[in-house]
Structure formats: structure tokens, C-alpha cells
Write a protein that binds this ligand. Structure first.
Ligand code: SF4
Length: 326
């Protein structure tokens, strides 16, 4: 609605999949529709305002949007509000307003915390501004999210890992990792056509994200999302020109984490395995990733075991696994 910036990767309207901002009644209808689908007791429901710079839109419109949520908050049907904005659209007054309307989480599009990458991407803010905004958000008692992108112009794996270190150090409880894509009619699209920008390959993006995910997990920072939502425009290739888009991007990353775990544990050169059946027990939440996207890890193990079977075991946590050979 209001973003005056033109980051090189962004075509706001096309990314959000909407061509106009929702009107206030539509917000109410959308919340009601979704609430009706949540049946579980003790549910934790939040309303999210995403897809632009919420605190950059006119104050009266921000307030009207936030007012639409108040009846749901007061009735206890919703427990919080989260929104995304830019780091340079945070100040004391803005934070007071958000607090007043029951906003609980603020996510900042940090994208990179390397000033050279920010400059090349024409973000219009510095890493220092992200740090200052993060400090204010935390001091005002909000939950902080810092979103990052990988593969922006000038980015390297080392720079992305350093960005993750700052996200952790500055107190974010959650993050999102978005591989940079070339979207139609963006500056990156022109640069790509002129050979001035080359996106990460899918393998590179998966490998970078793997290292980042492990770093965030070790620090207790929740990675809410990896990869763009597969909205229709991207899936049918109308808007997505190039770059590491995959509808199951997170699954690809988790598959690689399991691939590393399993190859570390089972030596493919051990000739005694060819006569054996491997029975692997994994937690139900992880079993699909252990087997791997398109069965990648199962196939890898099958290449040197006589037979491989996966079993769910609810007693196992995280990426713990047990096995026995028969
Ligand atoms: S600030 Fe956000 S919405 Fe605005 S151009 Fe940049 S990425 Fe797009």
C-alpha cells in the first residue's frame, strides 16, 4: 500500500499475490473464516499483517486495521497480533501505538546485516538501523522476529552466517529464511537479463539454509519459514523468472540435515552391510525428513544395505534415532 522503496528483488504486488490491500470488512471476514476452521482446544491464534511495511502506512489506516482485531482479542478468540515492517519504520510513538492495540510480535525485514549487501540491494537502511530498531522493540516488551534473505547481490555464505549471528545476538526469538528469487519486472530481473546478477542454485540455497537452520536451532531461535510461499504465480512460472524456488524447500533442507546425520553414522564402504537389513526408528515428526524428499535418504541407504525399514517411535525426540541390524 505505502512502501516508497524499491528493493531490487521486490515487486510488492506480485509477491503478495493480491493486487489491492484488503478492506476492513474483509479483514473481519477473513479472521472469522479461519477461526471457524480451528477446532482444537487450548489453541494459540494470532492475526498477522504481512506483505508490506505495516508501520509505514498512514496512521489512521494502521489503527483501523488494528481495530478490526480488537473484538476477537477481547473475546479471547485471538491471543495476539503480529506484523512485518521495515527497521527504519520503528520509533517510540509507533511502538506505543502497536502496544495499545495488542500487537505482540514485530517482524523486521532485515534481509542482510552486511552493509555492502544492503546497499547493493537498495534496501535504504543500514545494519545499524536494524540493531537500533531491534533494541527498541525488545525494550518495549515485544517478541522480535528478524527475517533474512540469502543470495542477495554481493552475498556469500560467510556473510549470511554472520547475519544469522547478529539476528541471534540482537535477541530475535524467530526468523524466516528466504532465498532470493528473480521476480518478473524487478530490478534484479533486468540485472539477470544483462548478466549482472546470478541467483543461487537450488543446491546452494538448500546448503546455505541447512547451515543457517542448524545455527538458529542451536541458539533457540525458531525458524518459522524457509522459502517463499508457493503462491500460484510462482508455481506456474508467470512471476518467477529464475532462482532457487521449490514448493517443498523446507523439506529439501531437512532432508539434507538427515542425509548428513545418516552418512556420518553408516559407512557406505562397510561391506558387511550388504547382507544386512537396517531398521531405523525416528520420531514421527521427523520420519518424512529422515526418509528424505522423494525418498532420497532411503535410496542412499538402500544402495549399501540389503534392506532398509523406517519406523516411527514416539519416545524419540528431535533428530534422535535408534537402529538395529538384522
Ligand atoms: S521495503 Fe519491503 S515492500 Fe518495500 S520494496 Fe522493499 S521489500 Fe518491497
Amino acid at each position: 500500500m505505502a512502501c516508497p522503496f524499491r528493493c531490487v528483488f521486490c515487486n510488492q504486488q506480485k509477491i503478495s499475490g493480491h493486487f489491492k490491500s484488503p478492506d476492513f470488512n474483509e479483514v473481519t471476514r477473513t479472521i472469522r473464516t479461519y477461526l471457524n476452521t480451528f477446532k482444537a482446544p487450548n489453541k494459540q491464534v494470532e492475526v498477522g499483517f504481512f506483505g508490506g511495511t505495516f508501520t509505514g502506512i498512514p496512521e489512521t489506516i494502521q489503527e483501523k486495521y488494528l481495530e478490526t482485531v480488537q473484538p476477537f482479542l477481547q473475546a479471547g478468540e485471538i491471543q495476539g497480533i503480529r506484523l512485518s515492517t521495515r527497521p527504519d519504520y520503528i520509533d517510540k510513538n509507533i511502538l506505543e501505538r502497536l502496544k495499545h492495540y495488542g500487537v505482540t510480535t514485530i517482524e523486521l525485514g532485515a534481509q542482510s546485516l552486511d552493509d555492502a549487501v544492503l546497499k547493493k540491494s537498495r534496501r535504504g537502511h543500514t545494519a545499524k538501523q536494524v540493531e537500533e530498531a531491534a533494541t527498541q522493540i525488545k525494550a518495549a516488551g515485544f517478541d522480535l522476529g528478524l527475517q533474512m534473505m540469502i543470495g542477495l547481490p554481493g552475498d556469500t555464505l560467510e556473510k549470511s552466517l554472520a547475519t544469522a549471528d547478529k539476528i541471534i545476538a540482537w535477541g530475535a526469538s524467530n526468523t524466516r529464511i528466504y532465498p532470493t528469487l528473480v521476480i518478473k519486472d524487478t530490478v534484479l530481473h533486468h540485472w539477470y537479463k544483462e548478466g549482472k546478477y546470478q541467483p543461487l542454485s537450488l543446491d546452494e540455497a538448500v546448503n546455505w539454509s541447512k547451515s543457517l537452520l542448524i545455527k538458529f536451532e542451536n541458539a533457540g531461535v525458531q525458524v518459522i519459514r524457509m522459502g517463499l510461499h508457493p503462491s500460484e504465480g510462482l508455481l506456474n512460472g508467470e512471476e518467477w523468472i529464475a532462482g532457487p524456488f521449490h514448493p517443498s524447500f523446507r523439506e529439501l533442507v531437512l532432508t539434507e540435515i538427515w542425509y548428513d546425520l545418516l552418512t556420518k553414522h553408516f559407512d557406505s564402504q562397510d561391506k558387511s552391510f550388504t547382507a544386512k537389513q537396517l531398521n531405523l526408528e525416528v520420531s514421527p515428526k521427523e520420519i518424512n525428513y529422515a526418509i528424505g524428499y522423494s525418498g532420497k535418504n532411503r535410496k542412499m541407504l538402500q544402495s549399501f544395505f540389503r534392506e532398509v525399514r523406517f519406523y516411527s517411535n514416539e519416545k524419540l525426540d528431535g533428530r534422535e534415532f535408534r537402529f538395529h541390524l538384522t
